[in-house]
Design a protein around this ligand. Structure first.
Ligand code: M6R
Length: 335
Protein backbone atom coordinates (compact mmCIF):
# COMPACT_ATOMS: atom_id res chain seq x y z
CA UNK A 1 0.00 0.00 0.00
CA UNK A 2 3.03 2.27 0.14
CA UNK A 3 3.57 1.91 -3.59
CA UNK A 4 2.05 5.23 -4.78
CA UNK A 5 4.08 7.25 -2.27
CA UNK A 6 7.28 5.31 -2.92
CA UNK A 7 6.87 5.95 -6.61
CA UNK A 8 6.35 9.65 -6.04
CA UNK A 9 9.51 9.71 -3.91
CA UNK A 10 11.48 7.85 -6.57
CA UNK A 11 10.53 10.20 -9.39
CA UNK A 12 10.49 13.42 -7.37
CA UNK A 13 12.92 15.94 -8.84
CA UNK A 14 13.90 13.54 -11.59
CA UNK A 15 11.34 14.43 -14.25
CA UNK A 16 10.77 18.00 -15.31
CA UNK A 17 7.36 17.76 -16.95
CA UNK A 18 7.60 21.27 -18.38
CA UNK A 19 10.02 20.10 -21.05
CA UNK A 20 9.96 16.33 -20.35
CA UNK A 21 13.60 16.41 -19.26
CA UNK A 22 15.11 13.78 -16.96
CA UNK A 23 17.63 14.59 -14.24
CA UNK A 24 19.74 11.75 -12.85
CA UNK A 25 22.58 13.36 -10.90
CA UNK A 26 24.32 10.08 -10.02
CA UNK A 27 25.10 9.23 -13.64
CA UNK A 28 25.19 12.67 -15.21
CA UNK A 29 28.99 12.79 -15.47
CA UNK A 30 29.13 9.30 -16.93
CA UNK A 31 26.66 9.68 -19.74
CA UNK A 32 29.34 9.93 -22.47
CA UNK A 33 30.88 6.65 -21.30
CA UNK A 34 27.45 4.99 -21.16
CA UNK A 35 26.62 6.16 -24.68
CA UNK A 36 29.91 4.79 -25.96
CA UNK A 37 29.20 1.28 -24.65
CA UNK A 38 28.70 -1.26 -27.43
CA UNK A 39 26.72 -3.64 -25.29
CA UNK A 40 24.76 -3.27 -22.10
CA UNK A 41 24.46 -6.00 -19.50
CA UNK A 42 21.97 -5.90 -16.65
CA UNK A 43 22.61 -8.26 -13.79
CA UNK A 44 20.58 -9.03 -10.68
CA UNK A 45 18.90 -11.82 -8.69
CA UNK A 46 15.26 -12.77 -8.03
CA UNK A 47 12.75 -9.96 -8.23
CA UNK A 48 15.47 -7.51 -9.21
CA UNK A 49 16.25 -9.80 -12.16
CA UNK A 50 12.61 -9.60 -13.26
CA UNK A 51 12.83 -5.81 -13.17
CA UNK A 52 16.06 -6.11 -15.18
CA UNK A 53 14.27 -8.12 -17.85
CA UNK A 54 11.60 -5.44 -18.19
CA UNK A 55 14.39 -2.84 -18.32
CA UNK A 56 16.06 -4.70 -21.18
CA UNK A 57 12.80 -4.61 -23.15
CA UNK A 58 12.51 -0.86 -22.56
CA UNK A 59 16.13 -0.22 -23.56
CA UNK A 60 15.87 -2.28 -26.70
CA UNK A 61 12.61 -0.61 -27.68
CA UNK A 62 13.65 2.96 -26.97
CA UNK A 63 17.40 2.94 -27.55
CA UNK A 64 17.68 0.16 -30.10
CA UNK A 65 20.85 -1.20 -28.50
CA UNK A 66 21.53 -4.84 -27.56
CA UNK A 67 20.93 -5.61 -23.90
CA UNK A 68 21.77 -8.86 -22.14
CA UNK A 69 20.14 -9.75 -18.86
CA UNK A 70 22.17 -12.13 -16.72
CA UNK A 71 21.48 -13.77 -13.39
CA UNK A 72 24.31 -12.46 -11.22
CA UNK A 73 24.88 -15.99 -9.90
CA UNK A 74 25.59 -17.09 -13.49
CA UNK A 75 27.47 -14.05 -14.68
CA UNK A 76 29.97 -14.27 -11.85
CA UNK A 77 31.05 -17.79 -12.81
CA UNK A 78 30.47 -17.92 -16.58
CA UNK A 79 33.00 -17.06 -19.29
CA UNK A 80 31.45 -13.93 -20.73
CA UNK A 81 32.85 -11.39 -23.21
CA UNK A 82 32.55 -8.33 -20.98
CA UNK A 83 35.26 -5.74 -21.72
CA UNK A 84 36.02 -2.03 -21.72
CA UNK A 85 33.34 -1.50 -24.38
CA UNK A 86 30.63 -2.93 -22.11
CA UNK A 87 28.45 -1.22 -19.53
CA UNK A 88 27.12 -3.38 -16.70
CA UNK A 89 24.16 -2.31 -14.57
CA UNK A 90 23.61 -4.11 -11.27
CA UNK A 91 20.14 -3.92 -9.72
CA UNK A 92 19.68 -4.68 -6.05
CA UNK A 93 17.24 -3.54 -3.40
CA UNK A 94 19.60 -4.29 -0.51
CA UNK A 95 22.81 -3.49 -2.35
CA UNK A 96 24.39 -6.40 -0.47
CA UNK A 97 23.40 -9.51 -2.46
CA UNK A 98 26.62 -11.53 -2.67
CA UNK A 99 26.14 -12.80 -6.23
CA UNK A 100 25.34 -9.34 -7.59
CA UNK A 101 28.29 -7.82 -5.77
CA UNK A 102 30.63 -10.48 -7.18
CA UNK A 103 29.22 -10.00 -10.67
CA UNK A 104 29.92 -6.29 -10.52
CA UNK A 105 33.46 -6.88 -9.21
CA UNK A 106 34.05 -9.24 -12.14
CA UNK A 107 32.76 -6.57 -14.57
CA UNK A 108 35.14 -4.04 -13.02
CA UNK A 109 38.06 -6.43 -13.33
CA UNK A 110 37.23 -6.64 -17.03
CA UNK A 111 37.29 -2.82 -17.28
CA UNK A 112 33.58 -2.42 -17.97
CA UNK A 113 31.72 0.67 -16.87
CA UNK A 114 29.62 -0.33 -13.84
CA UNK A 115 26.43 1.28 -12.64
CA UNK A 116 24.21 0.46 -9.64
CA UNK A 117 20.45 0.78 -9.20
CA UNK A 118 20.27 0.30 -5.48
CA UNK A 119 17.88 1.16 -2.68
CA UNK A 120 20.07 1.12 0.41
CA UNK A 121 22.28 4.17 0.55
CA UNK A 122 25.96 3.44 1.16
CA UNK A 123 25.53 -0.32 0.57
CA UNK A 124 28.36 -2.42 -0.88
CA UNK A 125 27.06 -2.39 -4.47
CA UNK A 126 26.53 1.37 -4.39
CA UNK A 127 30.13 1.80 -3.24
CA UNK A 128 31.61 -0.70 -5.67
CA UNK A 129 30.00 0.70 -8.86
CA UNK A 130 31.39 3.64 -10.87
CA UNK A 131 28.10 5.49 -10.84
CA UNK A 132 24.47 4.83 -9.99
CA UNK A 133 20.91 5.81 -9.21
CA UNK A 134 19.38 5.41 -5.80
CA UNK A 135 15.86 4.03 -5.80
CA UNK A 136 14.48 6.04 -2.83
CA UNK A 137 11.86 3.29 -2.32
CA UNK A 138 11.99 3.49 1.47
CA UNK A 139 12.84 0.43 3.57
CA UNK A 140 11.64 -2.95 2.26
CA UNK A 141 10.68 -4.55 5.59
CA UNK A 142 9.28 -7.94 4.58
CA UNK A 143 11.19 -10.64 2.74
CA UNK A 144 9.04 -10.11 -0.37
CA UNK A 145 10.29 -7.34 -2.56
CA UNK A 146 7.19 -5.40 -3.71
CA UNK A 147 7.59 -1.65 -3.90
CA UNK A 148 11.26 -2.20 -4.74
CA UNK A 149 10.19 -4.03 -7.91
CA UNK A 150 8.01 -1.18 -9.17
CA UNK A 151 10.64 1.41 -8.32
CA UNK A 152 13.35 -0.57 -10.11
CA UNK A 153 11.19 -0.65 -13.24
CA UNK A 154 10.44 3.06 -13.06
CA UNK A 155 14.14 3.89 -12.58
CA UNK A 156 15.04 1.78 -15.62
CA UNK A 157 12.37 3.60 -17.63
CA UNK A 158 13.80 6.96 -16.50
CA UNK A 159 17.32 5.81 -17.31
CA UNK A 160 16.34 4.78 -20.83
CA UNK A 161 14.65 8.16 -21.33
CA UNK A 162 17.67 9.98 -19.92
CA UNK A 163 20.01 8.18 -22.31
CA UNK A 164 17.61 8.65 -25.22
CA UNK A 165 17.44 12.39 -24.55
CA UNK A 166 21.21 12.59 -24.51
CA UNK A 167 21.30 10.58 -27.76
CA UNK A 168 18.54 12.82 -29.14
CA UNK A 169 16.08 9.97 -29.64
CA UNK A 170 12.53 11.20 -29.31
CA UNK A 171 10.80 7.96 -28.46
CA UNK A 172 10.48 8.31 -24.69
CA UNK A 173 7.82 11.02 -24.41
CA UNK A 174 4.76 8.82 -24.09
CA UNK A 175 6.36 6.70 -21.39
CA UNK A 176 7.07 9.82 -19.29
CA UNK A 177 3.45 10.93 -19.64
CA UNK A 178 2.40 7.46 -18.51
CA UNK A 179 4.73 7.46 -15.49
CA UNK A 180 3.02 10.63 -14.30
CA UNK A 181 -0.32 8.81 -14.14
CA UNK A 182 0.94 5.66 -12.43
CA UNK A 183 0.72 6.62 -8.70
CA UNK A 184 -2.98 7.55 -9.06
CA UNK A 185 -3.72 4.40 -11.05
CA UNK A 186 -1.99 2.20 -8.45
CA UNK A 187 -4.27 3.74 -5.81
CA UNK A 188 -7.27 2.70 -7.91
CA UNK A 189 -5.88 -0.83 -8.31
CA UNK A 190 -5.34 -1.13 -4.56
CA UNK A 191 -9.10 -0.55 -4.21
CA UNK A 192 -9.59 -3.92 -5.93
CA UNK A 193 -8.14 -5.65 -2.88
CA UNK A 194 -11.52 -7.02 -1.64
CA UNK A 195 -12.33 -8.38 -5.08
CA UNK A 196 -8.97 -10.13 -5.23
CA UNK A 197 -9.45 -11.43 -1.68
CA UNK A 198 -12.61 -13.26 -2.86
CA UNK A 199 -10.67 -14.87 -5.70
CA UNK A 200 -7.84 -15.82 -3.34
CA UNK A 201 -10.30 -17.69 -1.08
CA UNK A 202 -11.06 -20.12 -3.87
CA UNK A 203 -7.45 -21.13 -4.40
CA UNK A 204 -5.84 -21.57 -0.99
CA UNK A 205 -5.77 -25.35 -1.29
CA UNK A 206 -4.32 -25.75 -4.76
CA UNK A 207 -0.78 -27.06 -5.21
CA UNK A 208 0.22 -25.33 -8.43
CA UNK A 209 -0.36 -22.07 -10.24
CA UNK A 210 0.64 -21.03 -13.74
CA UNK A 211 1.16 -17.36 -14.70
CA UNK A 212 1.13 -16.33 -18.35
CA UNK A 213 1.97 -13.07 -20.09
CA UNK A 214 3.29 -11.88 -23.44
CA UNK A 215 5.88 -9.18 -24.17
CA UNK A 216 6.25 -6.83 -21.21
CA UNK A 217 3.82 -8.99 -19.27
CA UNK A 218 6.06 -12.07 -19.41
CA UNK A 219 8.46 -10.77 -16.70
CA UNK A 220 5.36 -9.71 -14.76
CA UNK A 221 4.15 -13.32 -14.94
CA UNK A 222 7.53 -14.49 -13.61
CA UNK A 223 7.31 -11.98 -10.79
CA UNK A 224 3.71 -12.90 -9.90
CA UNK A 225 4.72 -16.55 -9.66
CA UNK A 226 7.77 -15.74 -7.53
CA UNK A 227 5.70 -13.68 -5.08
CA UNK A 228 3.19 -16.51 -4.67
CA UNK A 229 5.90 -19.16 -4.10
CA UNK A 230 7.81 -17.02 -1.69
CA UNK A 231 5.00 -16.02 0.64
CA UNK A 232 2.33 -18.72 0.29
CA UNK A 233 4.55 -21.78 -0.37
CA UNK A 234 2.43 -22.77 -3.37
CA UNK A 235 4.37 -23.93 -6.40
CA UNK A 236 3.98 -21.45 -9.25
CA UNK A 237 5.59 -20.95 -12.64
CA UNK A 238 5.62 -17.97 -14.95
CA UNK A 239 5.71 -18.54 -18.70
CA UNK A 240 5.54 -16.58 -21.92
CA UNK A 241 1.92 -17.33 -22.87
CA UNK A 242 2.75 -18.82 -26.25
CA UNK A 243 5.40 -21.13 -24.76
CA UNK A 244 2.73 -22.88 -22.70
CA UNK A 245 1.97 -25.24 -25.54
CA UNK A 246 5.57 -26.46 -25.56
CA UNK A 247 5.29 -28.36 -22.28
CA UNK A 248 3.34 -26.87 -19.36
CA UNK A 249 0.05 -27.41 -21.20
CA UNK A 250 0.34 -31.08 -20.21
CA UNK A 251 -0.16 -30.04 -16.57
CA UNK A 252 -3.35 -28.07 -17.09
CA UNK A 253 -6.56 -29.47 -15.62
CA UNK A 254 -9.36 -28.19 -13.40
CA UNK A 255 -7.00 -28.11 -10.42
CA UNK A 256 -4.62 -25.71 -12.15
CA UNK A 257 -5.42 -22.01 -11.80
CA UNK A 258 -3.86 -20.02 -14.63
CA UNK A 259 -3.35 -16.31 -14.08
CA UNK A 260 -3.25 -14.54 -17.44
CA UNK A 261 -2.15 -10.93 -17.81
CA UNK A 262 -3.94 -9.27 -20.70
CA UNK A 263 -3.17 -5.87 -22.21
CA UNK A 264 -3.90 -4.42 -25.61
CA UNK A 265 -0.56 -5.60 -27.02
CA UNK A 266 -1.04 -9.11 -28.34
CA UNK A 267 -4.66 -9.13 -27.17
CA UNK A 268 -5.99 -11.56 -29.83
CA UNK A 269 -3.04 -13.88 -29.37
CA UNK A 270 -3.54 -14.12 -25.64
CA UNK A 271 -7.26 -14.79 -26.07
CA UNK A 272 -6.31 -17.88 -28.09
CA UNK A 273 -3.84 -18.90 -25.35
CA UNK A 274 -6.71 -18.64 -22.85
CA UNK A 275 -8.89 -20.80 -25.09
CA UNK A 276 -6.15 -23.45 -25.06
CA UNK A 277 -6.18 -23.37 -21.25
CA UNK A 278 -9.99 -23.59 -21.14
CA UNK A 279 -9.99 -26.52 -23.58
CA UNK A 280 -8.07 -28.48 -20.93
CA UNK A 281 -10.33 -27.43 -18.09
CA UNK A 282 -7.92 -24.93 -16.50
CA UNK A 283 -9.31 -22.18 -14.27
CA UNK A 284 -8.51 -18.79 -15.76
CA UNK A 285 -7.96 -15.67 -13.66
CA UNK A 286 -7.64 -12.77 -16.09
CA UNK A 287 -5.90 -9.61 -14.97
CA UNK A 288 -6.69 -7.15 -17.72
CA UNK A 289 -6.34 -3.54 -18.74
CA UNK A 290 -8.87 -4.13 -21.54
CA UNK A 291 -12.55 -4.48 -20.70
CA UNK A 292 -13.74 -7.13 -23.14
CA UNK A 293 -16.97 -9.08 -23.09
CA UNK A 294 -15.31 -11.99 -24.84
CA UNK A 295 -12.53 -12.10 -22.26
CA UNK A 296 -15.07 -11.84 -19.42
CA UNK A 297 -16.96 -14.82 -20.79
CA UNK A 298 -13.99 -17.13 -21.19
CA UNK A 299 -12.46 -16.22 -17.80
CA UNK A 300 -13.45 -17.86 -14.52
CA UNK A 301 -12.35 -14.71 -12.70
CA UNK A 302 -11.92 -11.31 -14.21
CA UNK A 303 -9.98 -8.45 -12.63
CA UNK A 304 -10.32 -5.32 -14.72
CA UNK A 305 -7.82 -2.51 -14.16
CA UNK A 306 -9.81 0.46 -15.37
CA UNK A 307 -8.26 3.59 -16.89
CA UNK A 308 -5.02 1.71 -17.65
CA UNK A 309 -5.56 0.80 -21.30
CA UNK A 310 -3.85 3.89 -22.71
CA UNK A 311 -0.77 3.64 -20.54
CA UNK A 312 2.41 3.10 -22.57
CA UNK A 313 3.07 -0.61 -23.05
CA UNK A 314 6.50 -0.35 -21.37
CA UNK A 315 4.97 1.16 -18.22
CA UNK A 316 2.05 -1.28 -17.77
CA UNK A 317 4.16 -3.71 -15.65
CA UNK A 318 4.00 -1.08 -12.88
CA UNK A 319 0.23 -1.58 -12.87
CA UNK A 320 -0.30 -5.25 -13.71
CA UNK A 321 2.17 -6.38 -11.03
CA UNK A 322 0.04 -4.85 -8.24
CA UNK A 323 -2.97 -7.24 -8.42
CA UNK A 324 -0.50 -10.14 -8.53
CA UNK A 325 1.11 -8.90 -5.33
CA UNK A 326 -2.35 -8.60 -3.76
CA UNK A 327 -3.30 -12.11 -4.88
CA UNK A 328 -0.13 -13.59 -3.35
CA UNK A 329 -0.67 -11.57 -0.18
CA UNK A 330 -4.29 -12.65 0.32
CA UNK A 331 -3.57 -16.31 -0.41
CA UNK A 332 -0.66 -16.25 2.04
CA UNK A 333 -2.72 -14.62 4.80
CA UNK A 334 -5.69 -16.96 4.23
CA UNK A 335 -3.45 -20.02 4.40
O1 M6R B 1 18.35 -7.13 -2.47
P1 M6R B 1 18.28 -7.72 -3.85
O2 M6R B 1 17.34 -6.97 -4.74
O3 M6R B 1 19.63 -7.89 -4.48
O4 M6R B 1 17.68 -9.17 -3.65
C1 M6R B 1 17.59 -10.05 -4.72
C2 M6R B 1 16.64 -11.17 -4.40
O5 M6R B 1 17.13 -11.96 -3.34
C3 M6R B 1 15.26 -10.65 -4.03
O6 M6R B 1 14.74 -9.83 -5.04
C4 M6R B 1 14.27 -11.80 -3.79
O7 M6R B 1 14.04 -12.50 -4.96
C5 M6R B 1 13.00 -11.20 -3.20
N1 M6R B 1 12.97 -11.47 -1.78
C6 M6R B 1 11.76 -11.68 -3.84
O8 M6R B 1 10.62 -11.07 -3.29
Amino acid sequence: YEQPNSLLNAIRGRIDYKDNKIKLGGIHDWIQNINKAEILYITACGTSWHAALIGSYIFEEILNIPVKVEYASELRYREIPINSKSAVIAISQSGETADTLSAIKKAKDKNALTMGIVNVVGSSISRETDCGIYMHAGPEIGVASTKAFTIQVVILALLSSFISQKMKIEKSRSNLESIKKVPGLINEILNLSDEIFKIAKEFINVNNFLYLGRGYQFPVALEGALKLKEISYIHAEGYPAAEMKHGPIALIDDKMPVVVIVTKNGFDKIISNIQEVKARGGKVISITTIDSQNLREISDHYVYLSNCSEIDNSITPLLTSIPLQLLAYHIAVLK
